[in-house]
Write a protein that binds this ligand. Sequence first.
Ligand SMILES: [Zn+2]
Length: 489
Amino acid sequence: MISHDLKIYNTLTRQTELFEPLHKGHVGMYVCGPTVYSNAHLGNARTFMSFDILFRYLTHLGYKVRYVRNITDAGHLESDADEGEDKISKKAKLEQLEPMEIVQRYTIDFHNMMQLFNALPPSIEPTATGHIIEQIEMTKKIIANGYAYEANGSVYFDVEKFAAQHNYTALTGRNLEDLMNGTRELGGQDEKRGRLDFALWIKANPEHIMRWPSPWGEGFPGWHLECSAMSSKYLGDQFDIHGGGMDLAPTHHTNEIAQNIACSHKTPARYWIHTNMLTVNGQKMSKSLGNSFLPHELFTGNHPLLEKGYSPMTVRFFVLQAHYRSTLDFSNEALQAAEKGFARLMNAMKLLDGLKTSATSTTNIQALKDKVYAAMNDDLNTPIALSHLFEGVRVINSVSDGKETLTELDKALLIQLMRTFVFDVLGLKEENAVNTDKIDGLMSMILNVRNEAKAKKDFATSDLIREKLKEIGFEIKDGKEGTTYTLSN
Ligand SMILES: [Zn+2]
């Protein structure tokens, strides 16, 4: 294990703290995943890329990380106040499909997007519908512990009772009375006892498609419950890290914590990490403002706000240029700058192996390495880490131009530093990298045909092959060892 002092900002304590896992050498991390009822959203993509970097960095530091990220495929209603339709059922009705067809389509879409952004898959990706039994069991336990009640086939969490004994708003630090005053009063028909109460189990009305039997009749779980049930199932009653977008903290995560404490008397995660929002030209990204775009629109440039398309790695590089707790503003200028920066970085990476070495070094590579680690250990400060890696780029270019020198040892250190951080930790990769094995195979086939032509003294054909290859950039050379080729750009 690499020695480190990783500090991360903990929303729960509102402090940057030294990261110490519960079990030496192991990290349990839970991140709230997408609700799969529409195409993956760019704001989500930023959140998941940020946690991908945390996952990669913890792994790099030598931890065995169990990374659980769920798929919400039931129970997420349109409004946080237990109102409106289930998002997936609504979409299924609209498109006249089975809800699970919606789930399948958008889960695949989400996975494709994450793969394009080179995000590693989580260790476990549980679904809400796959854990109905666990959610029912948890609800039973919360009722037995006195923190929930049944009303007309639904089960609600009793926030007032919980708040009398525990700090319900610990995560946001909000004043409970203000929160109460900011929530509308219960209507006469409402089954809830208190206005902050939320549903653990919701009775399914006759037209609701996604329904399961339970001790309280047919229904479906409340959205917050799945994360409490699945995180404790796979990571235990207490684990290290819980993450998500910052918009989840006031309701979803606050309720998750309450559910877990009401069930097992323990705050589920020790470190709560939240990523900030995406904005577009300084404005919040939203469908109603017409400034929200989908990842594929970003890649193709097929959107009125985009001057051109940007590759997935340009977008990933762009995301890395902001700290995960700062807002990230999309603009054509910023993306074009990221495109140039990413190309510069990749060009330098290609020069690494060929750098000539000398008896002395003009740069202290160990100091550079220390700075990169220091930035990452400072609450995953990727923009600062990147700026140090660009100092590495400057050194690479200078040594390549013969203006600076590196010893053999420093060259090896620089190669290791750059490859580890650029590829493994930050998750960037070369784009349009051609499959060289396949090209080799194809070329050897063509060169064999040419050799056969030459053997038959059919020089017209062999020369034609040479000329045609040259036109597309393949230079071939006949030598004693056979024919070789080079590809010029
Ligand atoms: Zn969640």
